[in-house]
Unconditional design. Structure first.
Ligand code: NAD
Ligand code: 13P
Length: 423
């Protein structure tokens, strides 16, 4: 029988880390996956820094293509330095070539770039491919607010699930223990095995995505997200010569002894937790930058998780589970880790401490890595404004006001003070 070929679309800090996780697993599960993992790299020239352990390599001393550096040194020297990568990862600058024949596409790049990448992928992927989005962000447009798993799926005509959790990339890359949440609710025609709940085709958490098999065609009901219009999606069945892309086999692709996967069916909750916590992490950075201590940060985090759940229920319907936010890695755990050591938190804190613009701090501190919280705060604000609901999400709105310069970090307590209304 055929094996699944995997391509990681993206190669930043998290993209390269997930490539490592996946490549370790494709090596171990050769009965299901081709060992080689293609990793698409947005090509750039890079010069090995003088303090790098590769400074004496013959590649040092002049700029080189990043793909050549990765494939020769088996390290992403720019975005994941000092982490040895499995040799079965192949860095490829040619997007169409990287995804050729791949039946599993793992999307992992800063959210602002995915739209253009999907445009380039149209017609280049196998029609029965399945996707997993590791992107933390939301796609906000005139037609509403969409999950990336949905927009990728719709643009490419494939099923796309989501992976998100309390996963600071460097810690995962160093194989320090963490958990993650994968939401993968494949078309029933892919699942030739029972789901974890033991109910074939059913959902342990109540299905929100109506997939009905109709002569090899799956009709998919749209989510209630924003002003999203009705649409049908045609999904092509996975040929039977491939191992099924069941929950079990998708778990085998991501689970490691140091990276525990919990599979659930709430794609919306998983995606929203990852996207919205980036706004909360900015708020946590703002109050920490003022030197206000842990109580202030905890207050912001509490309001943050309340607004995450409310956002889900208001715009995506009641099938979004509160427990996804309060019990899963993609919810409260990601909020905690992101508000402790994440890039959004750290850059927001420095911006307040130094009285500088956060975009300048991002450029200075992150060596090309991208903050997701700043653009998400603007995108979510434009969506809330269009919906007339800015006041119902005071923390999300407060972060936007601070970024805009309309308000200062020390105004945040007043902006989230619900008691003020009854006094
Ligand atoms: P990153 O912040 O390291 O961003 C750098 C990447 O963006 C590089 O691969 C670079 O080549 C690419 N890039 C720059 N310009 C581009 C362009 N014009 N087109 C396409 N690509 C371009 O990225 P990351 O950390 O891998 O983040 C990817 C996603 O994963 C984000 O949504 C992020 O929120 C999420 N995430 C990150 C972490 C983390 O700790 N880094 C953890 C979990 C989830
Ligand atoms: P930052 O993008 O703020 O670093 O957050 C990383 C993350 O998503 C941890 O789970």
């Amino acid at each position: 029988s055929k094996k699944h070929k995997v391509c990681i679309v993206g190669s930043g800090n998290w993209g390269t880390t997930i490539a490592k996780v996946v490549a370790e697993n494709t090596n171990e599960h050769g009965d299901i996956f081709e060992p080689e993992v293609q990793m698409w790299v947005f090509e750039e020239e890079y010069e090995i820094p003088k303090d790098s352990k590769h400074a004496s390599s013959e590649l040092a001393g002049k700029t080189q293509k990043l793909t050549e550096l990765i494939n020769t040194l088996h390290e992403n020297v720019k975005y994941l330095p000092n982490i040895a990568l499995p040799k079965n990862i192949v860095a490829n600058p040619d997007l169409a070539d990287a995804v050729k024949d791949a039946t599993i596409l793992v999307f992992n790049l800063p959210h602002q770039f995915i739209g253009r990448i999907c445009d380039q992928l149209k017609g280049k992927i196998v029609p029965y491919a399945r996707g997993i989005s590791c992107i933390k962000g939301l796609e906000v447009s005139d037609s509403g607010c969409q999950l990336f798993s949905d927009s990728i799926g719709a643009k490419l005509g494939i099923y796309c699930g989501a992976l998100s959790g309390a996963n600071i990339a460097t810690e995962v890359a160093q194989e320090k223990f963490s958990e993650t949440t994968v939401a993968y609710e494949p078309p029933t025609m892919d699942s030739q095995q029972p789901t974890p709940a033991g109910t074939p085709g059913g959902s342990p958490h109540g299905s929100h995505l109506d997939l009905t098999q109709l002569d090899g065609e799956v009709k998919r009901q749209p989510r209630a997200g924003g002003k999203q219009g009705d649409r049908k999606q045609r999904l092509m069945a996975l040929p039977t010569e491939y191992p099924p892309l069941s929950h079990k086999n998708m778990t085998k692709l991501f689970h490691r002894p140091y990276f525990h996967v919990h599979l659930i069916n709430d794609v919306v909750g998983v995606s929203l937790g990852g996207a919205l916590k980036n706004i909360v992490a900015l708020a946590a950075g703002f109050v920490d930058g003022l030197g206000w201590g842990d109580n202030a940060k905890a207050a912001v985090m509490r309001v943050g998780i309340v607004e995450e759940v409310k956002f889900g229920k208001t715009f995506f319907g009641d099938s979004v589970r509160t427990a996804t936010f309060t019990e899963e890695s993609c919810g409260v755990a990601d909020l905690i880790t992101s508000c402790s050591g994440g890039r959004n938190f750290r850059c927001a804190k420095m911006a307040v401490q130094e009285g500088k613009n956060i975009d300048d701090i991002e450029k200075r501190e992150l060596n090309g890595q991208k903050l997701q919280g700043t653009s998400t705060a603007y995108e979510v604000h434009s969506f809330l404004k269009a919906e007339g609901k800015e006041d119902e999400f005071p923390l999300f709105t407060a972060v936007w006001r601070v970024l805009e310069g309309e308000k200062q970090p020390h105004d945040i307590p007043d902006m989230i003070n619900t008691t003020a209304k009854i006094l």
